[in-house]
Design a protein around this ligand. Structure first.
Ligand code: DON
Length: 340
């Protein structure tokens, strides 16, 4: 399904609209070309450390984008559901900031990139907090902040957050949830270490269960692109018009996504791709171009950093060919302030 940008305003032709339509058509064509180019790339394997993930179809491949004015690009397996995994960390960080405010969150979770892998057992000893909300330590500390009397209430709170972003009630992959619960001992170690430092509260097993549950939420590439478009639109879902998250919270979410979203690859990512992004071991990568839209790639074969191999390639190419890098001097949308 493909909708062309600006189709409904074609009776009001203008240079700007023509230029934007041409760029949308170019972008759509680029996604189609990149899908064809990388469909046979079979480097990497699906995540195996969560046994249930090892069995996913490794060759699925989808590229989806949604613009801030709700126009779609969908190429390949954009309707195929997979677990969101670490991409959930970004949304939950937003929820924590909105619920508790910056100061409270910053006391427990910092904003420093670690240069370490996502599951590193590393805390910011000086400030007695997790290094950042994208590595597992920080994400578990953020999950600890989700309010509610018990697991059921807290998981409902997570579900509501997803529902607002997706415009529908999300499902959880219970097999993946239970697989993570059974094998997530490294996360257990991180959580108990944080308990010993007083970073998180005593309901550790419940918080871990919630964390595994949020990672097991099923999404599609099209869903992720819509989430990206909502963030690109400073917190307003372009499909429903509903404000999902305050604009100043989005600013903090995107800053962290740019500096920490790709973990120990974040520096290279910022250099080569240059947009806030988040990867997940389910095979999704979500990127956000503020003021323009969200781009999502789904392909379960992962590189050693736990990011989708085809996803990385597609983002690199889009950045280059579409001038997507935030600091790219050729970005046409930087010329919004025209000289008088
Ligand atoms: O904590 C875990 O192991 C997973 N549930 C999430 C990991 C993840 O997606 C890392 N990102 N690439």
């Amino acid at each position: 399904m493909l909708r062309r940008y600006g189709a409904e305003v074609s009776e009001r032709p203008s240079i700007e609209i023509d230029e934007r339509r041409a760029r949308f058509d170019f972008f759509t064509d680029l996604c189609e070309r990149l899908h064809a180019r990388y469909a046979d790339l079979d480097e990497g394997e699906p995540a195996a450390y969560i046994p249930e993930l090892a069995g996913v179809d490794p060759d699925r491949f989808g590229i989806a984008a949604v613009t801030v004015d709700d126009h779609d690009v969908r190429v390949g397996d954009c309707g195929h559901a997979f677990t969101i995994q670490s991409i959930s960390k970004l949304l939950l960080y937003g929820l924590a900031l909105e619920t508790h405010g910056r100061e409270y969150v910053l006391e427990r979770v910092g904003v420093s990139p670690t240069g370490e892998s996502f599951n590193s057992i590393e805390l910011d000893e000086e400030h007695r907090r997790a290094p950042n909300p994208m590595v597992n330590a920080g994400a578990i500390a953020v999950t600890d902040m989700i309010e509610g009397a018990g697991l059921e209430e807290r998981i409902a709170r997570v579900g509501e957050t997803f529902e607002r972003y997706l415009g529908r009630r999300p499902e959880i992959d219970r097999a993946v949830w239970s697989s993570e619960r059974q094998t997530g001992n490294r996360n257990r170690a991180i959580a108990y270490l944080m308990l010993s430092h007083g970073i998180i509260g005593p309901r550790v097993e419940e918080t871990l269960d919630l964390y595994f549950g949020q990672c097991s939420v099923l999404v599609t590439a099209a869903d992720l692109a819509l989430i990206g478009a909502t963030l690109a639109n400073y917190g307003v879902n372009p499909r429903t018009g509903e404000r999902i998250v305050p604009a100043d919270v989005v600013r903090d979410m995107l800053t962290i996504a740019l500096t920490c979203g790709m973990y120990d690859y974040a520096g290279e990512w910022a250099y080569t791709v240059g947009v806030p992004a988040k990867s997940g071991v389910g095979g999704g990568i979500l990127g956000v171009l503020p003021g323009v839209g969200g781009l999502a790639v789904f392909s379960p074969r992962l590189d050693p950093h736990g990011a989708s191999v085809r996803g990385l390639r597609v983002f690199e190419e889009v950045s280059r060919e579409f001038d997507m890098h935030l600091f790219d001097p050729a970005r046409p949308w930087q010329r919004v302030v025209a000289p008088a």
